[in-house]
Unconditional design. Structure first.
Length: 387
């Protein structure tokens, strides 16, 4: 397990002083850092069709971007090149462990673990990201510069898949060594170039914008055949101007839409379903034969630990009547009495079979857990501790 130390700050101090406010260099954030993956393994992942990867080169200031899967790595030259692989936490359990120290941030805000390997001089150039990120330095060294958000900075496309930003003033200018971490809030310009062959791990976050939310909510309404109430005007009287849409009419239309958004129970069910949807493919190993509920207890007796598969997104919400447990885009309605079990599935990355035993007294919870085990979302592992 990786132990995070945020300089001499508590997590509360970090959250109130830095999170979404200003970048921070965390020197020795992970002491005696050991890389969970080798560059060769990363390259292996970049050869897979289902895994999103990119290669960026910047020889003599000529920026080029190539998209995986890659059949060979001839473009990953001794200098000025970077290989980036998205959502490695879905595929590599040891690498997925790097997300765990950051789980003082709610599950639903966490996106994925991106890993890059860069050769001296290599990087993706100066750019802005829309999301918070912790960039962990693995093996090698990389020179990073990070600035504060500046709306006057112009962005431009180096080529059609590489958006960069013009030169910026740096607040942090440092060479990162293994175990050092950079926290970068959204919109802060940054650039990092390898000094030696370097592995970097980016724990990224997600934050939906209004148009994503509205369009996804609209899709949900269509899928669930909701939102069919139509505009009506039984008290209509002859207007002075038939060309005018009146303020009252606009109020009525806005109310029609707001009523839908203010239906808290629909809203929560939609939000949990939407936000728990993974953006990348999963690497789940379903059981050969789905389990029946009656077989669950016996099946669980075969091991001591239950592990949540890498990249699984699990969150819950509490309503006056029930718990909405959302896992990978599916929402289960469970009784309020199953809270302890739901917390194991969402707050913990792994737990012991004996910890979940009590929760299985609730039939609805047991059915849900049986399904999750059958589809490989959670799996059994020998030993009582996940290493
Ligand atoms: C990288 O690791 O090269 C990219 C990280 C970033 O700047 O977002
Ligand atoms: Co970035």
């Amino acid at each position: 397990m990786y132990q995070l130390r945020i300089n001499d700050l508590t997590t509360d101090q970090f959250l109130s002083n830095y999170w979404q406010k200003k970048p921070l260099l965390i020197k020795g954030g992970f002491q005696n850092f050991v890389d969970p993956i080798e560059p060769e393994e990363l390259a292996g992942l970049a050869m897979e069709e289902t895994i999103e990867s990119r290669l960026i080169t910047n020889h003599n200031d000529d920026w080029q971007a190539y998209h995986g899967p890659f059949e060979d790595f001839s473009r990953l030259t001794d200098t000025n090149s970077t290989l980036l692989v998205q959502a490695v936490d879905h595929w590599h359990p040891d690498a997925a462990q790097l997300i765990e120290p950051f789980r003082f941030i709610p599950n639903w805000r966490i996106d994925d673990l991106m890993i890059s390997y860069s050769t001296p001089g290599g990087g993706v150039g100066p750019h802005l990201d829309q999301y918070d990120v912790f960039i962990i330095q693995g093996q090698g060294k990389r020179h990073w510069r990070v600035g504060m958000p500046d709306p006057s900075l112009k962005q431009f496309a180096q080529n059609k898949s590489l958006l960069q930003v013009e030169q910026f003033e740096a607040l942090i200018d440092a060479v990162l060594e293994p175990g050092d971490i950079l926290y970068i809030p959204p919109g802060c310009p940054h650039e990092g170039y390898a000094v030696e062959n370097a592995l970097n791990y980016s724990v990224g976050f997600r934050a939906p914008d209004q148009k994503d939310l509205i369009s996804n909510f609209a899709d949900y309404l269509i899928d669930h055949e909701l939102g069919n109430k139509r505009y009506s005007d039984p008290n209509l009287f002859k207007p002075d101007s038939v060309g005018l849409i009146s303020e009252d009419e606009i109020d009525t239309v806005q109310k029609l839409m707001k009523d839908l958004l203010e239906d808290r129970s629909t809203f929560k069910h939609w939000f949990g379903t939407m936000i728990s949807q993974p953006k990348h493919d999963m690497d789940l190993a379903p059981l050969d034969e789905p389990l029946h509920c009656e077989e669950l207890v016996e099946y669980l007796a075969s091991a001591e630990t239950v592990v949540r598969a890498g990249g699984v997104r699990s969150v819950y919400q509490i309503t006056p009547e029930q718990i909405l447990l959302s896992i990978n885009g599916e929402t289960y309605r469970l009784p309020l009495t199953s809270l302890a079990g739901v917390k194991l599935l969402t707050d913990e990355n792994s737990f012991t079979v004996s910890q979940i035993k009590n929760a299985l007294n609730c039939v609805e919870f047991m059915k849900t857990f049986t399904k999750l085990i059958s589809e490989g979302t959670y799996y059994l592992q020998e030993g009582d501790e996940f290493e």
